[in-house]
Design a protein around this ligand. Sequence first.
Ligand SMILES: *Cc1c(COP(=O)(O)O)cnc(C)c1O
Length: 419
Amino acid sequence: MNYENTKEFAEKMDGRDPLKSFRAQFLFPQINGSDAIYFCGNSLGLQPVTVRDAIQQELDDWAQYGVHGHLQAKNPWYSYHEMFAGPLSRLVGAKPSEVVAMNGLTVNLHLLLMSFYRPNGKRHKIVCEKRAFPSDQYALESQVRYHGFDPSTAIVEVGPRPGNDMILTEDILETIDSGKEEIALVLLGGVNYYTGQCFEMEKITAKAQKLGIPIGFDLAHAVGNIELKLHDWGVDFGAWCSYKYLNSGAGSVAGAYVHERHFANPDLPRLAGWWGHDKEERFLMEPGFKPIPSAEAWQLSNAPIFSMAPHKAALDIFEEAGMEKLCAKRDLLTGYLEYIINEADMGMKIITPSDSNHRGCQLSVLTGENGKSIHDELTRKGVVSDWRNPNVIRVAPVPLYNSFSDVYQFGQILQGTGQ
Ligand SMILES: *Cc1c(COP(=O)(O)O)cnc(C)c1O
């Protein structure tokens, strides 16, 4: 694509954008009297306009039916979570039985680690990426300690080679290969939150599978951002949150995936609750946990309707747009932002891979010494992006609601900073 740093070019691209109508389905924060240039969907996606009615519906049904809302609400609460099997399975490339909406992301990671991190003597190490999201680091550390091991030796981090930003797939594969006698689990982010690098999940999974090592992905920055084929790749488990690219609201209900080959394994340990129990027998209220033969077996509690309502409204929009179109626009839009940042010539360095096969829509920009003040100025001038210490600005043009004109205007504001 031959990009141009002009308003006309951006408007021409917007005119041709098959997804352009989706922008109107979201509420943009107002800054200085107009829509913010919102490049923070990697952290908190915008509110779909349909969310208010979706929540109101549940309030009305609760008021009208009380406890009978479990079966009589427009979307009965008893089976509410089942509405997510279809949309989530399409988003992550799984079978409907392999996904479930429940809890928060870190909670789901712990529940899945209870099943899939099963250290045994020498074989107790976990391979993860360097600079994993802190919550993931804490989750792994605490799991390792819980099993009586020392995180400083049990957690093996793969980082970039000196002087590089990107972690090479071959280095991840080599780490797994050379440690195969000692590794009990591989857990990586699908897309690293800090650099925006997307890992080659298919290749890495194939390696782990070949060596009989369970592998899972934290898909917080991948779901709704890149195309996933968890089932076909053979990934054992995955978890994600719904408030970033999935636009379901702060702290909204998260998701989990488990490959179907694990459903029939009676030896798989898990923490159980009544919502994971066989549906036919749940209300017999009898002892003896009988897991549902699906990812639902990992559910503990009944469904949080007031976070599932926005989640449902938000996923309906993804169903309408389709990941294929979103990814096509994502590559054009992110490529344009990359071009615009380089054009602005502010002495910044993009540390996200420039190959679109190795990134989603987020670009992480390494700034000079005045980075924080540039970021603050961008904020004052209507740009919503985020700052990560010590010196990175993360900007994510989200294909569902951002435009080429947003990117162009961002460039104009960026060029005007520090003057
Ligand atoms: C956003 C994010 C989290 C947040 O965890 P919560 O349990 O939703 O608070 C965890 N891990 C990663 C990789 C993230 O990007």
